[in-house]
Design a protein around this ligand. Sequence first.
Ligand SMILES: [Fe+2]
Ligand SMILES: [Fe+2]
Length: 246
Amino acid sequence: MSLFALGDLHLHFQTPLKARMQKDRVWKNHEEKFYQNCIELIHPDDTLVLVGDHSWGKNLSECGQDLQYISDLPGHKVLLRGNHDMFWDAKKTKSLNEQFQGRLFFLQDNYFPYRDYALVGTKGHCFEGPFYLNRRGQILGWDEENEIHSSKLVAREAERLRNSFEAARRDGYRRFIMFLHYPPTSILEEESVFTAMAEEYGAEHVIYAHSHGESRFHDSIQGEHHGVQYHLASGDFLRWRPLQIL
Ligand SMILES: [Fe+2]
Ligand SMILES: [Fe+2]
């Protein structure tokens, strides 16, 4: 009974893959590579958390085949909301869970049990710039208006994450694995409301995605930080091989 994670599948069975991805070899037949790796690694009683950005489809009817592909993967599938998951209105998590009961679990304002752990999570948010650089690449400033907007989104997502932790705690869970779609910290930072919450509740691991493309792999923290293990699990970073957490 193992726990795996991977994010940013950006499935496109019903929609075209973005042009910049078509040119990148790592995205060539990526859904086939991922499927084969899952078949090889994941058993029916394992759990696979997909860390957001599942589909390019703009609504449920444009995501049907993508969600069917995910359903057909081995193990229990838990989905986190990514910034591109337009099919998933934050207010409709409950109805998605009813609709896909027994096939997919949508993680937001709730938790998923795994052994004696609660898997908790939310989309998260961080400030990604734009930054203004000089010719030597040194930062001169950044978009302050955008940063203010980001901090509002961070506060809302922090509330959702706390709902998730508290729902698990009410049911007696004391061990946590935490998932975010966005990196846990903004670029250039090592602390955030999300890292603070991971420490407060004693989460053992924090898994995030969203940073894909080689230039983004080091946007946030990885490895041990204040007793918590941080992992980047974007699909291209992992070369479509699910990351085993436990
Ligand atoms: Fe993505
Ligand atoms: Fe994303």
